[in-house]
Design a protein around this ligand. Sequence first.
Ligand code: ADP
Ligand code: MG
Ligand code: MG
Length: 332
Amino acid sequence: LRGREGDARFERQIYVMGTLVTITLRAPHREDEDLATLVSSVESELNRFQQRWSPQGSGALAQLNQTLADNPGATVPEGLRPLLAAAKSVADDSQGTFDPGLGALVQLWGFDDPEHFRETPPPDAELAAALQRPHRLARAQLTADRLEVGAPGLMLDFGAMAKGAAVGAALQQLRDAGIEHAMVNAGGDLQVIGHAESRPWRIAVRHPRPPEEAPRLLVALELEDGESVFTSGDYERYFEHAGRRYHHVLDPRSGEPSTGAQSSTVVHGDPALADALATALFVGGPDQFHALVDEFALKYAMLVDADGRIHATPGFRHRAQWLTDVQFAPDP
Ligand code: ADP
Ligand code: MG
Ligand code: MG
């Protein structure tokens, strides 16, 4: 959208990884044609990324999953190693809240597959059987090139971290192409570099239970160069059954959707970590909020608990521009 109040923005939307991704560039001295070509190459990169990290299909992660289905261990292809190591380290330290090993449980609940979206929880016996299989990356051993689970049946699913890594890869590609000011926004999860004209990029986080006729947004933040903001919530993929909301973020300890929170938001310089830790905080709920914030030394994090009350780090409170009335949980 060039020419808006002199703020020469170039904006394109691409559909990748099941999400509409908006790429906004501020590069007034570059031709639109150049920028369009750049966005296309980002799109190709994100498509390759999606292929590599899909738990099913023919990509590298899917192949690793096929090996692990019948074997207690596997050699990890090089392209998967850095992110797998990062995920393992978050899983190890997440106090049971984050674990990409629960792919079979994700599949059982059916949230990953719009065509087989179910409206009732899986039968108890199937849930118990899935929990009998290996489903914790935190309990596996990862060396430089091998993952040793100890028994066959682990299925990896990077749904809670891959979007963050993808956003980071996209922004890095823009940086490498000489772009200094940009935002990559994947359905509200985003990272920025530089700033918007004369002020910082300003973004808003969705309200998990927007009051009727009120803004659908909860809080706005101004972002510094390189910061990313990731949110996990129970409002995107869910069904209701017998008065309970079943959403797509599972507690690895129970194999069932977590119950402590409506949403959680993390601001961090590393978007893959922001994504993973938003999921960890979401599952941990109010009981584990402060322990997880300390464990991962998070400066900017917020949780909306099941009662709609806000838990936030002092740093987050300091920066937050609340867009609606909010009620804070008492300090612990
Ligand atoms: P979003 O779908 O908005 O990106 P998350 O980042 O929280 O939400 O990721 C949720 C996805 O991660 C699920 O769809 C599933 O594939 C996977 N997942 C669910 N629960 C967990 C968990 N406790 N730890 C790691 N991955 C999870
Ligand atoms: Mg996440
Ligand atoms: Mg996410």
